[in-house]
Design a protein around this ligand. Sequence first.
Ligand SMILES: Nc1ncnc2c1ncn2[C@@H]1O[C@H](COP(=O)(O)OP(=O)(O)OP(=O)(O)O)[C@@H](O)[C@H]1O
Ligand SMILES: [Mg+2]
Length: 387
Amino acid sequence: MASNPYTPGQVPRILAGRAVEMRRIEGLLARVATYGELGGPLMVFHAPRGIGKTSLLRAAQRGAVESGFVTAWVACSRQQPVLSAIAHSVARALERADAVPTGNRWRGQLDRLTVEVGVPGAKVQAEVARREPAAPPQAAIGMLESLLHEAATSVRAHGGAGLFLLLDELHTASADEMSVLLNTLQNLDGERTENPLATVAAGLPVTPEALTRAATFGERSTFVSLDVLSDDDARAALVGPAEAEGVAWTDPALAAVVTESRGYPYLLQLLGSTTWDAAAPDAGTRLTLAHVKRGLPVARDQLAAMHRARWGAASRLEQRFLAAMAAAGDGNVTRAAIAAGMGVDSRAISVPRERLIEKGVIEPVGHGLVRFTLPGFGAFVRSLEEA
Ligand SMILES: Nc1ncnc2c1ncn2[C@@H]1O[C@H](COP(=O)(O)OP(=O)(O)OP(=O)(O)O)[C@@H](O)[C@H]1O
Ligand SMILES: [Mg+2]
């Protein structure tokens, strides 16, 4: 049997679709490489969980490395100060590329930045201490600015195309951190030609709003939403990896998985994987509808486990919200319907609604409507009610 080429929960072997998004990133990088200047404002890709943000960023990173960039990847998280994570990732990237700036200044900058913005626990306290945006900490901005400037120019001085900073899960950054980041990039833009750097970020759908709240000019970032894959791209996501192993899909099998997954990239990988395991194919053979059907229960078990995890991570109030939402149906649900289901005024549901959007369990679809982000979640919640 050939080895399973599908990657549920991991970066895909073949990134299907996303040509438009990749071109936009390449546009930024081309500016850096060609003119040695800042690659435009912060570009932010936003989408619910499992749509392919990390996968897109990883593909962009691979491409950038091939074009001679030094890349620094930061997985932002609530547990860790984001600014010092940026500093450390940039430092490591320069070390790996043998492009560390000469002189003691660099080391000193790194240490100071860590002391200023990297004190463990400070992040949470700062969040609790104030709700209103205050003036951004100028010292931190100055330090991050000179760190990124030094790093980017050092990459160029060592013959590289420039520095490419990738920030995944940006929605977990605090308002302070976002403010420092945005102010820093704005300052670097003021001396655009001195800063051969591009920054691309990804986060849940709350990210644009959070950035705009953190600094009014945050709205001048470039926001790009990622959608599910088209049917053609969904087929490509299934066919490509199998083809590389010499295995083909029959048309009915392909059609079944494309329909079942509704273009949701995680589901495509999951169903591709369970179909593959059911078939245990050798090179030269085909995956059939019978294999798809045999794999389905395994995929459903996996999805059920994800449903349970999301339910378990919700507070009691959020669970009541989800139950009311599920009772109203599987499509887009109105605020009024959820409030009515909970027996409260529609203004009273704002907090759980925001939290669930932040967690990526539900997403806004305009006009106050929300829907579940994970297929089958509504049915799962209803099954709990019946139990
Ligand atoms: N363009 C694509 N082509 C093929 N598979 C993809 C594509 N994008 C994502 N996937 C697959 O979908 C799944 C989710 O991708 P990814 O982790 O990038 O999503 P995400 O938006 O970063 O999710 P999260 O918000 O949970 O971090 C992975 O299994 C990945 O292999
Ligand atoms: Mg991700």
